[in-house]
Design a binder for this molecule. Structure first.
Ligand code: SF4
Ligand code: SF4
Length: 282
């Protein structure tokens, strides 16, 4: 299979091992619209074959995420068989067996020079309890893993997230907050570059170019998060022998139904604010 060379302009490799989750948070961004994504999982061996084609940079890891990535039955096999040249980050709700993880995964495999932890645990007060989570995080941390907790500043949970941050910080856990993106009580939260992009009120034809390599749980590769979550036609598959990234503008007929992850204003890897994952031309 041809190597997949990540363009220098790319900032993210999102590997959605499983879009299924064992929790069901009311504000889950995967269900920003209909959540029509494929629930099909490719095997661990196929993931390893596909991911090991990727040629990336030291500062651009493969992010194993979901849904909940540990629901891919070969999660640990995948982690342990991705080629050493690729750095790995894991985004998880940490509902998996921590002891098995400690036994089977070398903490140095998921560690790199970076301003934030490589295992990023999400804390969702409406579906999780803080104390068992903290216990698990401390155990992984004491066993050498680079791990931290992130809390979403959802208007209903802001006070609890700030309390959790204070508590975790006092225990030596890196706890960070994330902006809430999406709708609550009829109000749209988040700062977006393109007006109306996420309002779901119209569709418009545009040209769109991404800076992210997004792979769904069936190995399909998508233009953006919105296409992934809505199960739109992919641009290829990680197992297509000849697949290569085309760093170009593509036609899109559903501008107005973008996912907040694609069009929110954020800081890029050079710590410059004002970056978005996609660039859109009207
Ligand atoms: S833990 Fe994450 S992926 Fe799972 S339902 Fe909650 S927000 Fe969604
Ligand atoms: S315009 Fe929006 S929905 Fe269309 S490809 Fe770009 S980010 Fe995705």
């Amino acid at each position: 299979m041809k190597p997949i060379i990540i363009p220098q302009t790319y900032n993210y490799i999102g590997t959605f091992l499983s879009l299924v989750c064992n929790l069901r948070c009311s504000y889950c961004i995967n269900y920003f619209e209909e959540g029509m994504f494929s629930k099909k999982h490719i095997s661990g061996e196929d993931w390893v074959r596909g991911l090991n084609r990727i040629v990336s940079r030291d500062d651009l890891p493969i992010s194993l995420q979901g849904g909940e990535p540990s629901l891919q039955k070969d999660f640990i096999y995948i982690l342990n068989n991705i080629k050493p040249e690729l750095n790995i980050d894991v985004l998880t709700n940490l509902q998996f067996d921590g002891d098995e993880f400690i036994r089977r995964v070398n903490p140095n495999r998921i560690k790199r020079k970076s301003p934030y932890a490589s295992i990023r645990v999400s804390y969702h007060p409406e579906t999780m309890q803080l104390d068992p989570l903290v216990k698990k995080v401390l155990k992984l941390q004491n066993n050498g893993f680079s791990i931290g907790i992130w809390g979403v500043m959802h208007p209903t949970h802001e006070a609890e997230i700030l309390r959790a941050k204070e508590y975790c910080t006092s225990l030596g856990i890196d706890f960070r907050t994330k902006e809430f993106l999406g709708e609550h009580d009829g109000k749209m939260y988040g700062t977006y570059r393109y007006e109306g992009a996420c309002n779901k009120k119209f569709t418009k034809k545009v040209l769109c170019k991404t800076t992210e390599f997004i792979i769904g749980s069936n190995g399909d590769i998508y233009r953006c998060h919105s296409d992934l979550y809505e199960g739109r036609i992919p641009v290829g598959n990680i197992l297509d022998e000849d697949f290569e990234i085309e760093d170009k503008f593509r036609e899109c007929n559903v501008f107005g139904h973008c996912n907040p992850c694609d069009v929110k204003l954020k800081t890029n890897r050079f710590q410059q604010f004002g970056h978005t994952s996609v660039e859109i031309k009207f």
